[in-house]
Design a protein around this ligand. Sequence first.
Ligand code: ADP
Length: 435
Amino acid sequence: MNHNWRASLFRRLALLLSACLLLGLLSGEYAWALVLGLAGYLLWNLRQLLRLQQWLNTRQGDETPPDGYGLWGEIFDSIYHLQRRDQKVRGRLQAVIDRVQESTAALKDAVIMLDRDGNLQWWNLAAEKLLGLKTPQDSGQQITNLVRDPRFIEYFEGSHYSEPLELPSPVSDRLRLQFQVTQYGNQEHLMLVRDITRLHQLEQMRKDFVANVSHELRTPLTVIAGYLETLLDNVDDVKPRWLRALQQMQQQGVRMQNLLNDLLLLAKLEATDYPSDNQPVNIYDMLQTIQHDAQAFSGKRQHQISLSADPSLKLKGSEAELRSAFSNLVFNAVKYTPDLGEIHVRWWGDAQGAHLSVQDTGLGIEEKHLPRLTERFYRVDSSRASNTGGTGLGLAIVKHVLLRHRATLQVTSRLGSGSTFSCHFASSQVVQPSE
Ligand code: ADP
C-alpha cells in the first residue's frame, strides 16, 4: 500500500515533468512550461486540501471521505480510519460507563458522588428514593443544603468518617438511614446510604423489651424488699437461723433494684439522641457534692479524694445525666482503689473545650480490656465486681451520657498503677460568658 502511493506519486511527478519538457520542446520556452506545470500541480493540491477541509467540516456520523488520488487518497483514508477507531474506543468506554451506571442504579443502597466541596456530581436511583434528590435540578447543589439535619452537617464537615452516622431520612421519618462517607482521589467524597429501617426496628424492639421488663419487675421487687425490711426491723421475732438468710436476701434485693434502675436509665438515654433539658449546669457545685458523697461511700476505707475544678466553667446539658455519669466515674475509682488510696478529680477548660478527669491509684486495668470497658455487663474480673456490688452498667451509662453531650471518654490505665478516666467535651457544649 505504502509503496503504491509512493510509486504513483513519483510516476505522477515524472509525468508532469515530462509533459513540461515536451511543452518546452514544442514551444522553446522551457522555463514557462515548467512554471505552468508546477502552478497546475499546486492548484490541484490546493483543491484536494479544500476538499479535505470541507469533508472534515461537514462530515456527519460515519460519512465516508471523498475519493482522492495518490497521497491525498491515502490521507483521506488514514483520517477516516483514525476517526473510526476513536469512535469505536469511545463507544466501548461509553458501554462500560453505562454498565457501571446501570448496575449502581440497580443497587438498593444509595450511591452519591460529591466533589471536594460537597457538591453533588452524580447519584443513583436509590438516592432519589432515600434522600429525595431530584435529577437534574439538584446537580451541583451542596449536599448539606439537601440533607439539613445538624448532625449530618456536623458529621460531613467534621471529616472524621471512621464511624457511620444513623439518621431519619429527609423524605420520611419512618425511614432510618445509615450514612457512610469515604474520601477518594482529589478529596472527593463517595457517600453510601443504606436503608436500615428494619434493623432499627429490631433494635427498638430489643430496647422496648428491656425497658418493659425492667419496669414490670420493679413493683414486685419493691414489695419483696418492703417485706424483708419489715422482717429485719423486727429482728427479735425472727428465728436466729433465718437472720443471715434474710440479710442476704435484702442485700441481693438492693442489687437487683440498682440493676433495674440502671437498665431503666439506659433505656431512657437510648430513647432520644439529645437531652431534653439543655440548661447551663454548674459542674463545680456538682463535683463538690459528688466528692462529699464519694467520701461518705469510702467510709472506713479512708480514700483521699481531692478536687481541683474551675468554678466558672459551665456545661450545657442535663444536670441529672451529667451527675449520673460523673458520680459513676468517681464511685468506680473508690470501688476499684484499695483502702487509703488517692483519687484526684480535675475539671478544666482549654481551646478544645472542657475536660473532666478522674485519676486513681487503684488496681488498674489491663490494656486488652480497655476497648470493651463501656459494653454492658463487661467486667474486667467478675470476682472483683461482685465484691463491689456493681451492676456492670456504670460505664455504659457514662458512654451514653457523653455521647448525648458531644463528648468522648478516654481511659488510660496500667495494671497495678491506677487508671485515669477522662471526658472531653466539645467547645460548642461549654457555656460562653455571653450566654
Ligand atoms: P461495675 O458496676 O461492675 O463497676 P462499670 O461499667 O462501672 O461496672 O465498670 C466496668 C468494669 O470496669 C468494672 O467491672 C471494673 O472491672 C472496671 N473499672 C471501672 N472503673 C475502674 C477503675 N477506676 N479502676 C479499675 N477498674 C475499673
